[in-house]
Design a protein around this ligand. Sequence first.
Ligand code: GLN
Length: 302
Amino acid sequence: MSSDIAQHLAEIAAEMASRSDRGQVAGYIPELAAADPGQFGISVLLADGSQHSVGDSAVPFSIQSISKVFGLAIALGRLGDQLWTRVRREPSGLAFNSILQLESEGGIPRNPFINAGAIVTTDAALGRRPPREYLAELLTFIRTAAGDEDIHIAKSVARSETLTGHRNFALAHFLASQGNLTNPPDHVLGAYFHQCAIAMTVEQLARSGRFLAGLQHLIAPERVRRINALMLTCGHYDGSGEFAFRVGLPGKSGVGGGILAIAPGRASIAVWSPGLNAQGNSQLGTEALEMLARRTGWSIFG
Ligand code: GLN
């Protein structure tokens, strides 16, 4: 299996290198707008503990919304099922930063992976603590998951997004007006922007997903199942159905161009290429995962 994977990855990377349509780099966060769309890296951590990586697999990138998975694990650890009174578990069918449903649905976001839902989840994970304490817990969680202390927040990215994150401020203030934030919006967003600005390589990210693949025990198996269910149904926003159709694995994307995908019991996979498709998900990352899932037969749908 190990040698097959190495072969698949080499072929996938060669195929991706030949692509001229690589999507558009996220332009709305100035620090991310400068990313080189020519970059591509993929890493696969297998159940036997071996790890296989190709391309720009040791280059740190901004994990952005992939951080919502770890934030959700922490919020569920603190609040348990109470969290679900404040955020739902349905796909939104809208863009990650859409404000449209929030008013008609009474300030209860559709799911924890769209921005509105992640802002609520971050508020829940914060509790009564200062943002610094929550971020320290989050970093410890991710470092433990990855088995790597060398994972940090890129402060310049957090600053860049704080200056330009008007939609997220709008969402947070609307949530506050509906009584669905317990902390001041700027505290919650301070924590949220910093968690999005965590930088990791695909090698680190693939290792950090071991607990979701059932290859490391960090949280209760029942929570793992539920987080995977939400990744499958909501992890790619209004591209979630397409991702399930093409790849068939729970996955979470970020506008930095990363995707964490989970083959339960078999592998944790991280891929990165900064060019995004129309739904804000890595274009080549999605294609690479589709190729990998087809070759390995890892789709959860058989
Ligand atoms: N920090 C980004 C934002 O809030 C995260 C979005 C994403 O990765 N999809 O806009």
